[in-house]
Design a protein around this ligand. Structure first.
Ligand SMILES: [Ca+2]
Ligand SMILES: [Ca+2]
Length: 212
């Protein structure tokens, strides 16, 4: 939420550190409602994606003792939890923690996977050089599903054809561990070969193609 916040800022100087209280007026609460709730990525395809906070920048920040030389920066961050970031990183996706006002993901996903993450949007205030920035006001949260899919060319012959659809159909209705299950056919790696995988394959066929 917006409002007037009293924020402690620690100043590090050559001889030690001192603390100052700074008043910060946040006129717009953080909002993440412009972010889609599902992100679809493909293994082997490099990405550079930014999910931006739609609101949440403080309009005015001033020191309680004017003229004391405090130079601080204020802004909005969009973040993941450390464990969510680690799970994405293990699949080749890096979270750029320095990107202001947005969640930036870069890299190339390696394996099919589905991640359910919770984005947090928060106003921050702190010296640009300070690691211990202060979070101000209430956080906004948003659930995001990140699906990493295998490219639809399952047999690797360079195009998406009915032969690829046939691979899914042959394993249709099976679950991981069951006879007939084919990991290749489980395009979103949720352990099931079902209508999600089949419709995905069909959506990638050249326009007008129908498979017998
Ligand atoms: Ca193919
Ligand atoms: Ca599946």
């Amino acid at each position: 939420m917006g409002g007037l916040f009293q924020v402690p800022i620690r100043l590090v100087t050559g001889g030690g550190s001192t603390q100052r209280d700074v008043q910060l007026i946040v006129t717009e609460p953080v909002a993440l409602n412009g972010i889609a709730d599902r992100l679809i990525l493909y293994t082997g395809s490099p990405i550079d994606i930014s999910l931006s906070a739609t609101r949440g920048f403080p309009r005015l920040a001033m020191a309680t003792s004017p003229g004391d030389g405090i130079r601080a920066s204020a802004g909005t961050i969009v973040s993941l939890s450390d464990s969510e970031a680690a799970a994405l990183a293990s699949n080749g996706l890096q979270w750029d923690r320095s990107a202001p006002g947005r969640l930036r993901l870069t890299g190339t996903p390696v394996a099919p996977a589905t991640y359910f993450v919770n984005l947090t949007g928060q106003t921050i205030y702190g010296l640009a050089s300070e690691p211990d920035r202060v979070l101000v006001g209430a956080a906004a949260t948003r659930a995001l599903t990140i699906m990493v899919l295998r490219p639809a060319d399952l047999d690797g012959d360079g195009t998406v054809t009915c032969r690829d659809v046939a691979i899914v159909r042959a394993a249709f209705g099976t679950v991981r561990g069951q006879a007939g299950f084919n990991d290749l056919a489980d395009t979103n790696r949720d352990g099931l070969v079902n209508i999600v995988d089949l419709s995905y394959l069909q959506s990638r066929l050249p326009r007008g193609t129908t498979c017998p």
